[in-house]
Ligand binder design. Structure first.
Ligand SMILES: Cc1cc2nc3c(=O)[nH]c(=O)nc-3n(C[C@H](O)[C@H](O)[C@H](O)COP(=O)(O)OP(=O)(O)OC[C@H]3O[C@@H](n4cnc5c(N)ncnc54)[C@H](O)[C@@H]3O)c2cc1C
Length: 474
């Protein structure tokens, strides 16, 4: 299902109307850098382009070569409707940041990348409505310039809003729901090409079932998000927290600021780095003492993987900055995380957090040779049917792996076995081996979701291998 072939781009044979957009979607950072450097170094342009022409469409990490490179780029709602009506099978491609095959298709891709505008900013309703191709990186500075903010962001701003909410992408902060909890309305094109508008206020359970839709219900064309007045954040990093301090004071650590992330390589009984993002409003500010539960305040900006340059990370050292330049760990315009990597992540109920973390820590000698870094975050409960935080405050245990798929594939079942007693829920957009039967056991709303999808997509137009295996297999 997944491979580790180098990222490649194919321009020839993309049977699309809008080839420029297909090229943009297909051209990822590594290919761009490779091609650009080579072009600069050599006048031999034609052989290079000839090589690029053999390349394939892959996900961001390059670990997954998609099953087709037939990609149509829509510029309007009408184009989306007409394309959807004509196809028997298709998947919408966001910014391709999922590590598994949830976005994959062997038939057709639809990209909304060029549908990336703010549709309406409504200060009185505290909402912003955007086209579904927009990324957080595009929206946030615009929103901030008008005096508004979102409640939270993921570790990176590069991802599309529609793709992120579809997989319940999250940031950190025990009082912050995942990014999908900010959605107050959606516009969707169903398999029949009909336009459906749903809102939190009007559509109750159906709305709650639709927001984290895994790409199964239709094409999201517009998203309305809750906004709040803009705010400033100071970010501090602490290093070397003894594991025993984390164990004894987990709740105090997580509640110490608006957003808290713990990074560990599981070595030497320690949390390597604690990232604290503190809102500056009165009563919320974090008291940045030189020591924090045995950890020392860092004296320079750090990357979560201490050996890597902090150049691509958001500003730290308590320098105040706008919410959208502090809530993500990684800066827009730079490669987020490590780049050549794989990711897995599991949500455990908050009350079992310490037990679950210690269970993973016992696997340290197996895990560490293949790991770049792990991150532990807290997320508030919500009521979205397929959210891993559905009706449970959660803590996530995340793994950024070296890009060695055979090793990661072998390790995941060990981790999942340790976390099974806590009914851990895997991140929908990352790699996992949890069997479908277990997913059905831990998501009580899954049967309702299957029914809902039959309403919008009776013949499985938006289904792919991932959905058929994990959601529709019972
Ligand atoms: C470096 C890195 C860091 C990450 N950090 C985090 C993090 O901090 N927190 C976290 O939770 N996750 C994180 N992720 C995971 C990632 O953000 C999510 O998996 C997210 O879904 C990616 O969005 P995308 O647009 O790239 O999705 P894609 O991979 O393109 O698509 C994901 C799903 O959304 C569907 N979809 C996309 N657009 C639409 C649409 N318009 N209508 C209907 N369906 C649609 C697709 O069909 C697919 O099913 C990270 C990933 C990477 C690579």
């Amino acid at each position: 299902m997944y491979n580790c072939r180098a990222f490649e781009v194919k321009v020839e044979g993309i049977p699309v109307v809008n080839v420029d957009s297909a090229w943009n979607v297909a051209m990822n950072k590594r290919t761009f850098i490779r091609l650009f450097s080579a072009l600069m170094a050599s006048p031999m342009i034609s052989p290079l382009l000839a090589r690029a022409a053999k390349d394939k469409l892959t996900n961001w990490a390059g670990n997954l070569e998609y099953g087709t490179d037939r990609l149509y780029s829509a510029n309007s709602l009408e184009q989306v409707r007409s394309y959807v009506k004509k196809q028997n099978k298709l998947k919408v491609l966001g910014t391709r940041h999922c590590f598994n095959n949830i976005a994959d298709s062997t038939d057709n891709f639809l990209s909304l990348k060029s549908m990336d505008k703010v549709v309406a900013l409504e200060p009185e309703a505290h909402t912003v409505t955007v086209d579904a191709g927009m990324t957080y990186g595009q929206l946030c500075p615009l929103l901030d310039s008008k005096g508004f903010a979102l409640h939270n962001l993921a570790s990176l701003p590069h991802i599309s809003i529609a793709g992120a909410i579809s997989t319940a992408t999250h940031g950190s902060g025990e009082k912050n729901g995942n990014l999908a909890t900010a959605v107050s309305a959606l516009e969707i094109v169903t398999a029949a090409g009909e336009v459906v508008k749903l809102s939190r206020q009007r559509d109750g359970e159906v709305f709650l079932g639709t927001v984290v839709g895994l790409g199964a219900l239709g094409v999201i064309t517009k998203v309305t998000l809750d906004i709040q007045p803009t705010f400033l954040i100071r970010q501090y990093v602490y290093v070397n927290m003894p594991l025993a301090e984390m164990k004894d004071h987990f709740d105090a650590i997580q509640s110490s600021a608006y957003s808290v992330s713990l990074f560990t390589d599981w070595q030497n009984q320690r949390i390597n780095e604690v990232w604290i993002k503190s809102r500056m409003e009165e009563g919320q500010a974090f008291d940045a003492t030189p020591e924090f539960f045995g950890a020392k305040r860092a004296t320079k900006n750090l990357h979560p993987i201490a050996e890597l340059s902090a150049e691509n990370c958001t500003e730290q050292m308590g320098v105040p900055g706008p919410w959208y330049e502090r809530l993500p760990h990684f800066r827009m315009g730079f490669t987020p995380s490590a780049g050549k990597e794989l990711q897995t992540e599991y949500f455990v109920p908050r009350q079992h957090a310490v037990e679950a973390i210690l269970a993973v820590e016992r696997l340290r000698d197996r895990i560490s040779p293949h790991l770049m870094i792990s991150e532990i975050r807290a997320i508030a409960a919500d009521n979205l049917w397929l959210s891993p935080c559905h009706e449970q405050p959660s803590v996530t245990i995340h793994f950024t792996w070296k890009q060695d798929w055979p090793a990661v594939k072998m390790l995941m079942p060990f981790i999942e076995k340790e976390l099974a007693p806590f009914k851990a829920r895997p991140h929908w957009g990352k790699l996992f081996t949890v069997p479908p039967s277990e997913l059905h056991a831990i998501y009580k709303k899954l049967p309702d979701f299957v029914q809902l999808s039959k309403k919008y997509d009776p013949h499985g137009k938006f289904r792919n291998e991932f959905l058929s295996t994990h959601i529709f297999s019972s």
